[in-house]
Design a protein around this ligand. Structure first.
Ligand code: ADP
Ligand code: MG
Length: 222
């Protein structure tokens, strides 16, 4: 199997009030194309830090990240932004939808950045596929938490990314909405072959995944 996400000895230090906190202490990992991986570990173990670095939205203090064999931190800022937009989708615990925009407009944003053609149709198609046909013109405040998170997933996958990184995507959802969201992610993983890394505290969420990676104090547990 070919590897799509690879890290070499990733370290991340934060300087907080004159004291260094080492959030990641040498992470080397390999994720294969099409894998759906759960990232588990106690609060503060480095899950968000690792996801942010894998997605190129935070930079490591040391070490390398290869996504599809591209050393992402060797790219210029502009090229990295473009690489991210094309290849990586991100879902956060708090959906971060733009409150003034409808579901459809929120999903159209990432397509319009580089390619205006067919944005509306693409955005509509993915929202309909995620069961939101009747919510296209609703603003976030007019939707339930589960619906908002599905819109955030639509936004993350509308460009057909090869990699989807999700940081506690069901952390705010009840059991029924958690199951809906996980079934959608599983379907995108299986049908579109999207490689996924999903940080979660929830065993039930991890059970949808092919493999579990455990982090503790910034170190991977075997
Ligand atoms: P998790 O997502 O597993 O809860 P995080 O990656 O958020 O863990 O945090 C790992 C460690 O790094 C924690 O000790 C946290 O306090 C610290 N940390 C995270 N972000 C920052 C930051 N921006 N500045 C300083 N310390 C941070
Ligand atoms: Mg976190």
């Amino acid at each position: 199997m070919s590897s799509i996400i690879k890290t070499e000895n990733l370290r991340k230090k934060y300087l907080l009030e004159g004291i260094y906190i080492e959030a990641l202490k040498g992470i080397t990992l390999n994720i294969h194309k099409g894998e759906m991986v759960a990232l588990m570990g106690p609060s503060g173990s480095g899950k968000s830090t690792l996801l942010h670095i894998l997605g190129g939205i935070d930079i490591p203090t040391e070490g390398k990240v290869f996504i599809m064999e591209q050393d992402i931190f060797s790219l210029s800022e502009k090229k990295l932004a473009r690489f991210r937009n094309v290849n990586i989708g991100f879902v956060f615990q708090f959906h971060y939808l733009l409150p003034e925009f409808t579901a459809l407009e929120n999903v159209m944003i990432p397509i319009q950045i580089y390619n205006k053609k067919g944005a509306r149709e693409k955005a509509e198609n993915i929202l309909i596929r995620l069961g939101l046909k009747d919510r296209l013109n609703h603003k976030p405040s007019q939707m339930s938490g589960g619906e908002q998170q599905r819109v955030a997933i639509a936004r993350a996958v509308v460009n057909n990314p090869s990699v989807l990184l999700a940081d506690e995507p069901t952390g705010n959802l009840d059991t029924a909405n958690t199951q809906t969201v996980m079934e959608l992610l599983k379907e995108l993983n299986r049908k579109n072959n999207v490689t996924m890394v999903i940080a979660t505290h929830d065993r039930e969420v991890a059970e949808y995944c092919d493999r579990i990676i455990f982090l503790r104090d910034g170190v991977l547990q075997a």
